[in-house]
Design a protein around this ligand. Structure first.
Ligand code: C5P
Length: 222
């Protein structure tokens, strides 16, 4: 049996997309399947962690974790995370949170009378940044999907959001990312980095969970 590096540690993890309603029948969403987040949740459970999962709507089978909170919007995800985070030693943000939401939700179905329609959107809170800015933040791990200058953008986010680690992947290529079974990541922390080459999301999740556990423990030893 592998070493249970996270025995008893409580981990809060967000996964999946958010849905931002426009009217009673429509929403703004994204292509996140939740699979990478769910695989990571399972891998963390296998290291002995008690995982609380806050997830947007997906069709992927839910992982076996201590607690699942299902949400739809970024605001609901933000609220759920803020309610749970006080009890948690590690926060992992894998969710693809909508950056903006419609300013108003129409009470009735929007009609197609006009030739053009303008939507007014308003910024959603950044859940990960808000957690990392807490007075006594947990060990925080973020994700970054980039189409160019991976290292530069990921390191900028690590610093700007005051994270302990960031897992970055190159999107827009032929392999990996949303709606694929495999992915590759480069993980950055303040004074180092580690490349995890293209592999199944399950295997990748195991290797990432090991890295998180190792750095979390190192962080607490100092
Ligand atoms: O800045 P960017 O959206 O690229 O950062 C991505 C990271 O931040 C991911 O870990 C994502 O889960 C998290 N995030 C968040 N709340 C938002 C936007 C992003 O937690 N509103």
């Amino acid at each position: 049996q592998a070493e249970r590096l996270l025995m008893g540690a409580r981990v809060l993890l967000t996964a999946g997309p958010t849905r931002e309603p426009l009217d009673p029948v429509r929403y703004l969403g994204n292509r996140s399947s939740g699979r990478m987040g769910y695989a990571l949740a399972s891998a963390l459970v296998n290291l002995g962690a008690q995982v609380v999962l806050v997830t947007g709507p997906t069709v992927s089978p839910l992982p076996r974790v201590s607690k699942v909170i299902q949400v739809e919007t970024a605001l609901e995800m933000h609220r759920a995370v803020m309610n749970e985070v006080g009890e948690c030693a590690i926060f992992v943000a894998t969710a693809a949170v909508a950056d903006y939401r419609p300013m108003e939700i129409a009470t009735h179905k929007i009609k197609k009378d006009a030739a053009e329609l303008t939507l007014h959107l308003i910024r959603n809170p950044d859940i990960l940044a808000d957690v990392a800015a807490l007075k006594a933040p947990p060990f925080t791990v973020g994700f970054a999907a980039e189409t160019e200058n991976l290292e530069q953008h990921a390191r900028a986010k690590l610093t700007a959001k005051k994270l302990n680690m960031i897992a970055a992947n190159q999107v827009g290529g032929e392999r990996g990312g949303f709606e694929h079974d495999e992915n590759a990541l480069t993980v950055f922390w303040r004074d180092g980095q580690c490349g995890l080459p293209m592999m199944s999301k399950t295997q990748l999740a195991r290797e990432l969970a090991d890295l998180i556990a190792e750095h979390y423990r190192g962080h607490h030893a100092t």
